[in-house]
Design a protein around this ligand. Structure first.
Ligand code: 7TS
Length: 411
């Protein structure tokens, strides 16, 4: 393993201009990375460069700018293919984010193939984006939504999962890493078990993509959805990976330009994948810039990422858990760099506001996982989520700030 030093983290920090500012008179400590991570200068430069030099609509253009824009757009598709090791570049569909990817699968596959009596299986720790699209398609088709329960550590049991699988299960849709708790689910095993009974599997990789090397061929998932803005890329762009043979069976999701082969008033034939699922002018600039984010992540490397984020998580567990009234929510054995908690006697919104007054950005509330909050019988948590540019010193500042706030409340 390479030697990780604070100097290298400091080198990384320098690439993120947004981090170098005071908020409410204090140096910004950005611990809201599970919601949106910050973008390095290379991503910002790619966006500026695109608008300054290459902006044009893609495909079917014969002029130079259209060609450049198309080349940039398709170069990102190739970079994504390599990033997640998909077999073919055509298996990469650009969306506006994880949410759109899941809705696409629910409507283009679920609505076509689900029937009354079929079941869709999700976990009890899903983001609303991986609940509501399934509720909608279940209402449309008469299929039933079933939920794998979560225990008090914020984990699911593989035995319980197995007992819920049956020949009625047609789709399993599971979050790889929980945004609210950081729990890493046993997704590879879940995929194997689902395939054994003939179900298809969608993996919500929104939180996994920035922390975990994803290899879709090894995972053997049928679909994987994730978002650019959680992996150092721009907002408004996401990826849906799907296996070719599955994508080819799916109906189009939206109708419009690019997704067609030929249109007449008598009828329309559809384009090949991936274009069949990319109706209308896409978010070209952000797709182009996403390549720079992938290159940034490749350069940093998952080994460094893991090491740094686990160091932050361990430091957080060491010093935060001693704070008066500190109550961690979610204590999974396999956990990414997220610390969700409550403090006895202090409302999470108050904590969030008081931390912001000290320049510390955390997220408070239900994190779009209301059923999970119901399970813990709470209405929300305070969530600190770390990225590769965060430092142990920032975790110490966070602990000091929290201690100070709690002391004032206890007076
Ligand atoms: N799935 C998971 C696991 C997520 O964490 C999120 C966003 C989504 C899906 C939806 O992603 P989007 O890019 O389409 O919005 N999670 C969060 C969060 O934790 N705080 O804000 C957004």
């Amino acid at each position: 393993m390479s030697v990780i030093t604070d100097i290298s983290v400091n080198e990384i920090r320098k690439q993120f201009p947004i981090l170098n500012q005071d908020v409410n008179g204090k140096p910004l400590v950005y611990f809201d990375n599970a919601a949106t991570s910050q973008t390095p200068q290379v991503v910002i430069d790619a966006l500026v460069n695109y608008y300054q030099k290459d902006n044009a609509n893609i495909h079917r253009g014969i002029h130079t700018l259209a060609e450049r824009a198309t080349t940039g757009f398709e170069a990102t598709r190739k970079a994504v293919q390599q990033f997640i090791n998909s077999n073919e570049v055509e298996e990469i569909i650009f969306t506006k984010g994880t949410t759109e990817g899941i809705n696409l699968v629910a409507q283009a596959y679920g609505r076509k193939f689900l029937q009354e009596g079929d079941e869709v299986l999700i976990t009890g720790m899903e983001h609303h984006s991986n609940i509501v699209p399934w509720q909608i398609v279940c209402q449309q088709t008469g299929a039933k939504l079933k939920v794998i329960p979560v225990d008090n550590n914020g984990e699911i049991s593989i035995e319980e999962y197995e007992s819920l699988l049956s020949e009625r299960t047609k789709i399993v849709s599971a979050v790889y890493i929980s945004n609210s708790l950081g729990t890493i689910n046993p997704v590879p095993q879940m995929i194997e078990l689902a395939h054994a009974i003939g179900a298809k599997v969608l993996v919500d990789g929104a939180q996994a993509a920035p922390h975990h090397k994803l290899d879709v061929q090894k995972l053997n998932c049928d679909w994987l959805a994730f978002s650019g803005h959680k992996m150092y890329g721009p907002t408004g762009v996401g990826i849906l990976y799907g296996k070719r043979q599955v994508l080819e069976k799916m109906d189009p999701y939206q109708g419009g330009g690019e997704m067609i082969k030929e249109v007449s008033f008598a009828g329309t034939s559809y384009n090949d994948i991936p274009y069949k699922f990319e109706a209308g002018t896409p978010n070209i600039a952000d797709v182009v810039a996403l390549k720079a984010a992938i290159e940034f992540m490749n350069e940093v490397g998952f080994e460094f990422l893991h090491h740094q984020e686990q160091a932050l998580l361990n430091k957080g567990r060491d010093i935060l858990f001693d704070i008066d009234g500190f109550q961690p929510i979610g204590n999974a054995k396999e956990k990414a760099s997220v610390i969700s908690f409550l403090i006895d006697g202090v409302h999470s919104f108050d904590l969030g506001m008081l931390l912001d007054a000290k320049g510390i950005a955390v997220r408070t509330g239900h994190h779009c996982t209301q059923p999970l909050m119901d399970h813990f019988k709470i209405d929300g948590t305070v969530r600190a989520s770390f990225a590769v540019y965060n430092t142990v010193e920032e975790v110490e500042q966070f602990a000091e700030a929290l201690t100070d706030i709690v002391k004032k409340f206890r007076k």
